[in-house]
Design a protein around this ligand. Structure first.
Ligand SMILES: [Zn+2]
Ligand SMILES: [Zn+2]
Length: 334
């Protein structure tokens, strides 16, 4: 079977030995395609994975072989996520499901950028869904990334009438904004790239250029009457400046992106403005279910966001994403 493996700064498509169930419960799935996640980019660029690692977790796949107590059967087209919380540890009990040790240890193997993948029984029971006919493979591949956004939105505990600003209008910024809209809150967007601002506006997300921070702040305060929560989907240095400038007193800043380095701790802004700063990393099974419903009902629109690459061009997909040439890559495998 074909697998795309990381070797230093290259991703090499190799022919590796086929996998099978070997008496295990779960399923062997044939991967139709897999979305390229920002976290894959970080792992590749920062070289934090070992040689031979297979990245990718946003898979759309067909069940090839199965041994299960669930209703899934051979030939079913499914979408699944990769991590499952235990539900009992201190992290799970505090709602920090993505910090759970079990969550971190569960995965699809060897990884999504592979012709075949082993999906465990636990995955089938908790985070896998049958894909209906009304949605394309590329669209449903947003299941896990949108699940991450759903969790972030819930963690913010917004109340009716709240106004939100999303900083960064890449694919995650766009689906975060759409998710916030679908939850019933007013959302604004900002970025430094004009084409992204234009695209966001075409998705019905009122968006502006934040290059001149004072001008942007004036516009956004006039339009919104005060931003209750800022969602930082960009890891650019300027993103924190934007957030601290526009957020209203008592507001929230939701951190949803890594940055190349820590840029300091804004103690006085947090103290004098009584801000709440929080992070949100990865979704729970319930958030994923909500994401599945938002996508399949069409309440979150992801049409036209992806660029499709065959697995042989996966290196190009990584490079184009890093160079901001595309919004979101979908690697077609079978
Ligand atoms: Zn992802
Ligand atoms: Zn746990």
């Amino acid at each position: 079977m074909k697998t795309a493996q990381v070797y230093k700064d290259k991703i090499i498509v190799k022919d590796t030995e086929n996998i099978n169930l070997d008496g295990r419960k779960g399923a062997i799935v044939k991967v139709l395609g897999c979305g390229l996640c920002g976290s894959d980019i970080v792992k590749f660029r920062e070289k934090i994975v070992h040689d031979g690692a297979v990245l990718g977790h946003e898979i759309v796949a067909v069940i090839e072989d199965i041994n299960t107590d669930t209703n899934f059967k051979k030939g079913d087209k499914i979408v699944t996520s990769h991590h499952i919380p235990c539900g009992e540890c201190t992290y799970c009990r505090h709602g920090n499901v993505s910090m759970c040790e079990h969550f971190k240890s569960t995965n699809i193997r060897p990884g999504g950028f592979s012709e075949f993948v082993y999906v465990s029984e636990e995955h089938l029971k908790n985070v896998a869904y049958l894909i209906p006919d009304n949605i394309t493979d590329e669209e449903i591949s947003f299941y896990e990334p949108l699940g991450c956004c759903v969790r972030a939105i819930k963690r913010c505990n917004l109340i009716e009438g709240d106004k939100v600003l999303v900083v960064g209008l890449g694919s995650i910024g766009l689906i975060m904004s759409e998710g916030i809209k679908a939850f019933g809150y007013k959302v604004y967007g900002c970025d430094l790239m004009e084409d992204r601002i234009k695209l966001a506006n075409s998705f019905g997300i009122e968006s502006y250029n934040s290059k001149n921070l004072d001008d942007f702040d004036k516009i956004i305060q006039e339009k919104s009457g005060g931003i209750d929560a800022v969602f930082m989907t960009s890891g650019a240095d300027k993103a924190l400046d934007v957030a601290l400038k526009v957020v209203k007193k008592g507001g929230k800043i939701l951190v949803f992106s890594s940055t190349p380095h820590n840029s300091g701790y804004p103690n006085n802004e947090i103290y004098y403005k009584e801000l709440t700063i929080m992070g949100s990393y990865s979704p729970s099974p319930k958030d994923l279910k909500d994401s599945f419903d938002l996508l399949t009902s069409g309440r979150v629109n992801v049409k036209g966001l992806t660029t499709v690459y065959p697995i042989e061009s996966i290196q190009q997909a990584f490079e184009d994403t890093i160079a901001n040439k595309i919004l979101k890559a979908y690697i077609k495998i079978s």
